[in-house]
Design a binder for this molecule. Structure first.
Ligand SMILES: Cc1cc2nc3c(=O)[nH]c(=O)nc-3n(C[C@H](O)[C@H](O)[C@H](O)COP(=O)(O)OP(=O)(O)OC[C@H]3O[C@@H](n4cnc5c(N)ncnc54)[C@H](O)[C@@H]3O)c2cc1C
Length: 315
C-alpha cells in the first residue's frame, strides 16, 4: 500500500481528535502516512501519530472558502501523489472533497464507517438508505477519496516521532464568497459529530426548563454531549446545532442514550451507527427499542436521575 494522505484539520492550531483517528487508521493499513495541514498548526507533531511527511500550506483558511481549500488540497495531491485521501466528515471536508474528486477526475466515498485492505485494494463500507443498509465500495480512480464518520476507528496512542514538514504553495482562486458575519454557536465542550458519548432528549421532555434540568446534568455527569430530536428542537427545548438526524447531525458515538425519543426513521438516520444505544421510553412498543442495545421501559424523569446518581456515586 503506498501513501495515504490524511486531511489534518485543526481549530485555530489545535488538531481535531478525528485527525489522530485517521492517522492511526492509515498506519494500521500499512501505508506510508502523509498529512496535509492548511494554515498555522504544529504540523511536525503529527509524526507522533505515524505521519512521516506533512505537507503544510500557508494561508488563512478561516473563511471556510471551499474553492481555496480545494485548490490547496489539489496542490498537495500534486506534491504527494497519494494513493488515497482520508478526511473526516466535517463541514470543510464535505464541501471540499467532492470538488477535489471532480477536479482530479477520481472517485469518492462519503461517510464511511469501515476501511479494510483486500489484497492491495482499499474496500470501504458506507451506510446507505439512512443507515438501513451498508454497501462495500472499492474506488478504481486514483487517488481514492474518503470522508469518514468520526469515532469509526478509535484513537491511537501518541508515540515519539516528529514528521518531516514540507511547505506547499498554491494559487489562491479569486474569492467567490465574502464572509459578512460570524455567529458563534452556544458551543458545548465537544461537538456532537465528534462526541464519544451523547445523551439526547425528545419531545417528551415537555419544556426547555425540563430539558435543561434532566438531559444536560445527565450529559455532564457522563462527560457526554447533549443532543435532541427534531421535535425537541422545533419546540425550543434545545438549539438547532444539537439536533440529531436526517436534517440534523449524523453522530457515531460509543454510547447514545435516547431519552423519550420514539425512534422515527429520520432520527435513526443520524444515530443508528452508534456502538451502544440505550433507549428509555414509557411505550414498550416504541420503534427505538428495535435498535437499542439496552432498553428501559420507564419514565425518563425517574430513570435518568437514578442513572445520574449512580454515575456520580462512581466518582
Ligand atoms: C423531512 C423530515 C426530516 C426530519 N428530520 C429529523 C431529524 O433530523 N431528527 C429527528 O429527530 N427527527 C426528524 N424528523 C422528525 C421525525 O419524523 C419525528 O417527528 C421526530 O424524530 C420525533 O421526535 P421525538 O421522538 O422526540 O417525538 P415523538 O415521536 O413524539 O416521541 C416521543 C416519545 O417519548 C415517549 N415518552 C413520552 N413520555 C415519556 C416519558 N415521561 N419518559 C420516557 N418516554 C416518554 C413516547 O412514548 C414517544 O415514544 C424529520 C421529519 C421529516 C418529515
Amino acid at each position: 500500500m503506498s501513501g495515504i494522505l490524511v486531511f489534518a484539520e485543526h481549530d485555530g492550531g489545535v488538531f481535531k481528535k478525528t485527525t489522530f483517528e485517521l492517522l492511526g487508521k492509515a498506519a494500521e493499513l500499512g501505508a506510508t502516512v502523509q498529512a496535509v495541514v492548511l494554515g498555522d498548526a504544529p504540523a511536525a507533531d503529527l509524526g507522533a501519530y505515524g505521519a512521516s511527511t506533512v505537507f503544510q500550506v500557508a494561508g488563512d483558511f478561516s473563511s471556510h472558502d471551499s474553492d481555496a481549500v480545494t485548490a490547496a488540497l489539489a496542490a498537495v495531491v500534486e506534491a504527494a501523489s497519494p494513493a488515497a485521501i482520508l478526511a473526516s466528515t466535517t463541514y470543510a471536508a464535505k464541501d471540499a472533497l467532492p470538488r477535489l474528486a471532480a477536479r482530479l477526475g477520481t472517485g469518492m466515498a462519503s461517510g464511511v464507517t469501515k476501511i479494510d485492505l483486500e489484497g492491495d485494494a482499499i474496500v470501504a463500507r458506507r451506510p446507505i438508505y439512512s443507515g438501513k443498509a451498508y454497501v462495500d465500495v472499492a474506488i478504481s480512480g486514483s487517488p481514492a477519496l474518503y470522508t469518514v464518520r468520526p469515532n469509526s476507528f478509535g484513537q491511537p496512542e501518541a508515540g515519539a516521532g516528529s514528521a518531516d514538514v514540507q511547505a506547499v504553495s498554491f494559487e489562491a482562486p479569486a474569492a467567490r464568497l465574502t464572509v459578512v458575519e460570524r455567529k458563534t454557536p452556544e458551543t458545548q465542550a465537544v461537538d456532537l459529530t465528534e462526541a464519544d458519548r451523547i445523551v439526547s432528549g425528545g419531545r417528551s421532555l415537555g419544556s426547555k426548563d425540563k430539558f435543561d434540568a434532566v438531559i444536560r446534568p445527565m450529559a455532564a455527569a457522563l462527560g457526554a454531549t447533549a443532543g435532541a430530536s427534531r421535535a425537541a428542537v422545533d419546540a425550543g427545548y434545545a438549539s438547532h446545532e444539537e439536533q440529531v438526524g436526517q436534517t440534523g447531525k449524523v453522530v457515531n458515538p460509543s454510547l447514545y442514550i435516547a431519552a423519550g425519543i420514539s425512534g422515527a426513521i429520520q432520527h435513526l438516520a443520524g444515530m443508528r451507527s452508534s456502538k451502544v444505544i440505550v433507549a428509555i421510553n414509557t411505550d414498550a412498543e416504541a420503534p427505538i427499542f428495535e435498535h437499542a442495545t439496552y432498553g428501559i421501559v420507564g419514565d425518563l424523569f425517574e430513570v435518568l436521575p437514578a442513572i445520574q446518581a449512580e454515575v456520580e456515586a462512581l466518582d
